[in-house]
Design a protein. Sequence first.
Length: 227
Amino acid sequence: MTIYFNLSIRQLPISIESIGTNWQQVSLQRTQGHPLYHWLQTETGAGEIWIEKQKLTLAAGEGVLISPFVPHAYYPLTDDWQTNFVTFDGHLKNHLDLLVGNEQFLLAKDTEKFQFSTQIEKMIAAFEANTDHLALSVLCYQFLLQLSQPQENMQIDELYQKYVLPSLNEIQANYAQHLTIDQIAQKQFITPQYFSRLFKKFMGKSPYQYLIDFRIRQAKKLPNQST
């Protein structure tokens, strides 16, 4: 287990406030969120993350970046839930949303192309070498840059199966009723904004437009069904 706290080097564009690996994760509640961007990733076991009213499960290799001041909580699902984490600081900390977006959180996981867990190990090695703080800042930037490319790094298949596919079934089953995007998102326990972003990523259009188009297609079928 390697853990470091209070590392902030504010004069760097992006620096680390805290970082760790092989951390035995315990239950934690932050009702006011954390003041900095904070990454948490499962190494072994599994844990449950609540971000406001949204529930996420992090299996091995899966992680989440949580935006500042977003209420959240962690709960172990297994006794061996170990995590790595990193909290970002630096004089550009208030502008990181320009890099990673304005979402409350971003999901990602290790892939063959890029492993967030390996990048954290590189950050720790750079800090322990204590030879080039700028190199550490570059490693932080690379980490966040990967998170800004969700098509390659987010849990694409799992997000589609978990959020988008059920919403498609909901629309197709209840399109003739009074159905709103807020209602669909609420059933998935995610915000309408995040749901709309996911839906458009996979379907190429907003959920509202998909609903309208589906209703039009079904209406065109009615004359044929009545003859």
